[in-house]
Structures are given as structure tokens and as C-alpha cells.
Write a protein that binds this ligand. Structure first.
Ligand SMILES: Cc1ncc(COP(=O)(O)O)c(C=O)c1O
Length: 390
């Protein structure tokens, strides 16, 4: 049994989530429910792995060696049924960094890149900050569940200027774990129109019971038209280790990415990240399984709380990730008023829906990777805030 209940104070650790939270939240000592890292200590197996490197005492330049690759390959095979080869692996200092590299490697200024909002904000900045155009294929919300608008996708892919899609799979923030059939349809449309699929699967191991994640490249016929982005950062709470595993089986596509990385001098493998990731991928399965049960319990608590006490609010049922997506449009508040309500009345730092682009306004994203006691306390304050305006 691992410990997910202990509350850990992260103030003063230069945590983006904690130390950059609104002043009033920090002063009250509340745990922010924002940025996607977890309030759980990493698995003891990982601490041991890092400890061995610490004891060695030298932190020189390291690379993704055979031990690292074997750990990644074993993990991908066990958890996803994805067989990877040594040549396919490119290590980057994060998936966001990989998205920017892909934009520069596979498109030219002025080209269009598709996203499916509401979506993780760096998808938009990776495109716009590189001088490419954001082409939106907004998700459809119907009966509390999101789906892909394939007709719209087809028309966007048919455009001359559109060269690539950033696919969020599983999807942050809406929590969908795209089905095999959905991914196959998307892949066929993209392939038909020569649109490259960058599949961000950073949440690919965080799958709730009853759902199955399909690694995009495992769909027959898709491997040669995609880049699969994975990492241990979400799965094992190692985001600050800045290390991610990108797989590209098509050698021409791989060479283009490798070339941009050479130009930019990107792709260093931090020594402690290597140790942490090897330990996580070889010895972390039991911790990960328990984590998923704990997260499932937190979702169940949230759903029951909202259903019983705040029925005017709709929870989108998450199929994966540890991020809850709540529809508060019934409160009829502006983006600013909703944000102020959460901070001032609720003492809650949440990720505001509008930052996720089209379709996000009126929603809030809550990070549920917290000890249950923090969730219980946060929801009590959430109720006070909501009831103050209805
Ligand atoms: C879909 C998605 N991609 C990428 C990231 C961040 O990746 P990294 O920390 O490896 O840059 C996140 C973090 O929340 C995410 O949700």
C-alpha cells in the first residue's frame, strides 16, 4: 500500500502551481488545483533510483543509453501493447518542447496546424509563436460527452495550407480517451489529405476503469504518418524532471525532427531524470495501479458531491487524466466574474475554462491528483462560492 493521503506543503519550493498561485490563496495556505502535477510524493522506488545516482555524486552529460531504452520499451509494451524500436526514440526536454520542435520541423511559416479546442493552451502557443496559423476543429459537446466533428475535420484537412494536426490523446481538459474507431477515422482523414498527426499521449497511462487508450501508431496504416509523444512526467509525477520520449518509426519524418534538434542543440538527457525514469518504468507499475484507483475514488467523490449538493453544475465524466472538467455555464457569469468568485469566495485556484480556447468559457478545470482530504475541503469551499451566486 502506497501513501496518497499525506498532505505535503510545497510552498517555497519554486513550484509553479504553489508559488505562483494568487496571493490570497497562498496566504490562506490552500492547495491550488491548477497545473497538472500531483500532490503525491513519487513512488519510493523512484526515490531509491535517484538516490543511487546521488550517492555516485557525478552528474556529467548523460544520454538515452541501452538501459534507458530497455526500460522505456518494456514499459510501453506492458502498459500499452506498443512495441518500439531503439531507432524510433527521440528524447526531448518535455512534450511541450517537442510540440514546438514538430511545428518547426514539419511546417513552414504561414502553414495551418489543426487543434481541437477546448485544449491544453500550449497547443495554441506552439503554433502561433512559430508563425503558423491555428486552424480550429472544435470538439462537439452533446449529452455531456465530447466528440470529434469529423466533417469539419475533413474540410479543414482538405485545405492546401493545412499540414499537421496536434492531437491530444487522451484529451486535456475534456478527459476523453479516444476510441480505436475515432482515432482510426481521424488517422484516415489525415492520411488521405497528407496531414501529419502529432499525437500528444502524455496522459496515455492515466486511464480510468472501463476505457482503453490506443497508441496512435498501433493503428494499422498509421505508424508512418505520425509522431507519438509520451513521457513519465504525468504518470509518475516527474514533470520537473523535464524528460519525454518521442517515437517516430518513419525514418524520413524522424530525420526532419532530429535535424531541427541538431540546429537548436535540443535533447539533452538530465542525469537525475534518467535515473528517475528508469526506476519508474521498471519498478513503478504497482504504484501506478494504486494511483489510478485513488484518482478513480476522487472522481467518484466529486461526482457524488456535485450531484447531491450542486445539481446545477455538470461534471463531464472523465475517461482518463486526473483532470476534472466542470460546466458552470448555468451560473451565467463572465469569465472574469467566475474566476473572481472561485478565488475570492471559494479560496480556490482552478484553471479557468477560457484559457483552453474555443468552447472553454464557463468551465473550470480541477486537478484531482490531491489527497482526498484536500478534495473534500476544496469542494466545501466550492459549494460556498457557487451557492453565493444562485
Ligand atoms: C496534453 C499535455 N501535453 C503536454 C503537457 C506538458 O508536457 P511537458 O511537461 O512534458 O512539457 C501537458 C501538461 O499538462 C499536457 O496536459
Amino acid at each position: 500500500m502506497y501513501d496518497f493521503d499525506t498532505v505535503i506543503d510545497r510552498h517555497g519550493t519554486a513550484s509553479v502551481k504553489w508559488d505562483m498561485a494568487p496571493k490570497s490563496i497562498k496566504e490562506k495556505g490552500y492547495t491550488p488545483l491548477t497545473i497538472a502535477d500531483m500532490e503525491f510524493k513519487v513512488a519510493p522506488e523512484i526515490l531509491k533510483g535517484i538516490g543511487e545516482t546521488l550517492k555516485h555524486g557525478i552528474f556529467g552529460y548523460t544520454y538515452a543509453d541501452e538501459s534507458y531504452f530497455n526500460a522505456v520499451a518494456g514499459f510501453m509494451k506492458r502498459r500499452r501493447g506498443y512495441d518500439v524500436e531503439r531507432d524510433w526514440l527521440i528524447v526531448t526536454n518535455g512534450v511541450v518542447s517537442a510540440l514546438g520542435l514538430c511545428v518547426r520541423a514539419f511546417t513552414s511559416p504561414g502553414d495551418g496546424v489543426i487543434i481541437q479546442p477546448p485544449v491544453y493552451p500550449p497547443f495554441m502557443s506552439a503554433i502561433a509563436s512559430n508563425g503558423r496559423n491555428i486552424i480550429e476543429n472544435p470538439l462537439i459537446l452533446s449529452d455531456g460527452r465530447y466528440s470529434i466533428d469529423f466533417d469539419d475535420l475533413e474540410s479543414k484537412c482538405a485545405r492546401e495550407d493545412v499540414k499537421m494536426i496536434l492531437l491530444c490523446s487522451p484529451h486535456n481538459p475534456v478527459g476523453r480517451v479516444w476510441s480505436y474507431d475515432e482515432l482510426k477515422t481521424l488517422g484516415e482523414i489525415c492520411k488521405h489529405h497528407d496531414v501529419l498527426v502529432i499525437s500528444d499521449e502524455i496522459h496515455g497511462e492515466l486511464i480510468l476503469p472501463g476505457f482503453k487508450h490506443t497508441t496512435f501508431a498501433t493503428i494499422p496504416g498509421m505508424a508512418d504518418n505520425c509522431v507519438v509523444c509520451t513521457a513519465m512526467s504525468k504518470t509518475f509525477n516527474l514533470a520537473g524532471m523535464c524528460c519525454s520520449n518521442i517515437f517516430i518509426s518513419n525514418p524520413d519524418i524522424r530525420e526532419k525532427l532530429a535535424n531541427v534538434m541538431r540546429i537548436e542543440g535540443a535533447g539533452a538527457m538530465p542525469a537525475l531524470s534518467r535515473s528517475a525514469a528508469i526506476a519508474a518504468m521498471t519498478e513503478g507499475d504497482a504504484w501506478l495501479d494504486e494511483l489510478l484507483s485513488y484518482i478513480e475514488g476522487n472522481f467518484a467523490y466529486l461526482y457524488e458531491f456535485i450531484e447531491k449538493r450542486l445539481p446545477m453544475i455538470r461534471c463531464i465524466r472523465a475517461e482518463g487524466t486526473y483532470l476534472a472538467w466542470l460546466d458552470l455555464r448555468a451560473l451565467s457569469l463572465s469569465d472574469e466574474a467566475l474566476e473572481r468568485l472561485m478565488i475570492d469566495k471559494g479560496g480556490l485556484a482552478l484553471d479557468e475554462g477560457y484559457i483552453f480556447g474555443t468552447g472553454g468559457s464557463g468551465f473550470e478545470r480541477l486537478n484531482l491528483a490531491v489527497p482526498r482530504s484536500i478534495l473534500v475541503d476544496s469542494l466545501e469551499r466550492f459549494e460556498i462560492a457557487v451557492l453565493s451566486v444562485v
